[in-house]
Design a protein around this ligand. Structure first.
Ligand SMILES: Nc1ncnc2c1ncn2[C@@H]1O[C@H](COP(=O)(O)OP(=O)(O)OP(=O)(O)O)[C@@H](O)[C@H]1O
Length: 233
């Protein structure tokens, strides 16, 4: 179980997170929704440990983030940021293997290589494994970063707008795979989505953020009401 308690974060005068508390359950897909600039990415980064909260706590299975070594904490996660810089001279396969950077020795083992190729195959990119990352499309790069997250076999998957560059077919491929692995392996998945139809289809729990506050949290039936549709979401 991942739990955030009364998280506060500010940048100068601007309040980014304002007393956010909730629990994230294993085996469930949680979607964070809300308008632009409302703190969704900030929340993911704070859970991952990239932002240090001004107040509040993040716990995973009895471990307090604040008293855990950063590298040990991050080991729990597969984090796919909204924008990520990738060194242009790496191949698609090397980018996927970078997901194992903290676990790779001097040499990539046969089993690591096999798993990386399987992860690429599962997102339909095996045929591009040896192509330089700068020579694939934006959508293919997004799928490659998702494969990188899968290779980590994380306890918690944090996906920030993971389908923003994908066509409809690949949106479904990625989200179906994320949901299946979350269920099968008991991962905790937290993703930021803007499309409310996809959110209703794939999320078990929806968290609606506005102005750094958690406005609503619950099943799609409970949170995606006509009132919410016309409100600040
Ligand atoms: N490092 C920072 N310093 C100052 N302000 C920041 C910083 N990072 C984010 N912000 C501000 O915090 C607010 C929340 O940003 P955040 O990226 O979390 O929003 P979001 O809900 O993910 O938005 P979007 O849907 O556009 O991706 C925004 O107003 C943004 O300008």
């Amino acid at each position: 179980m991942l739990e955030i308690r009364n998280l506060h974060l500010a940048a100068g005068e601007q309040v980014l997170l304002n007393g956010v508390s909730t629990r994230f359950e294993p085996g469930r897909v949680h979607a964070i929704i809300g308008p632009n600039g409302t703190g969704k990415s900030t929340l993911l980064r704070t859970v991952f440990g990239e932002n240090k909260p001004a107040g509040g706590e993040v716990w995973f299975d009895g471990i307090n983030q604040a008293s855990c070594k950063g590298s040990t904490w991050r080991h729990l996660f597969g984090y796919m940021p909204q924008d990520s810089h990738i060194a242009a001279d790496l191949s698609v396969l090397e980018v996927v293997l970078m997901g194992q950077m903290d676990r790779l020795g001097m040499r990539v083992s046969d089993s690591q290589l096999t798993q990386a190729l399987q992860a690429l195959d599962s997102v339909g990119l095996l045929h591009l494994a040896h192509r330089p990352i700068h020579a694939v499309s934006g959508g293919q790069r997004q799928l490659c970063l998702f494969a990188q997250v899968l290779l980590r076999n994380p306890r918690v998957m944090l996906l920030d707008e993971p389908v923003s560059a994908l066509d409809l077919k690949h949106q479904m491929v990625l989200l179906e795979q994320a949901r299946a692995l979350t269920r099968e392996r008991g991962w905790i998945t937290i993703m930021v989505l803007h499309d409310l139809n996809l959110t209703a289809q794939f999320a078990d729990i929806i968290l609606a953020l506005s102005g750094g506050r958690l406005l609503a949290c619950g099943s799609p039936q409970k949170t995606l009401t006509p009132q919410a549709d016309s409100g600040p979401l």
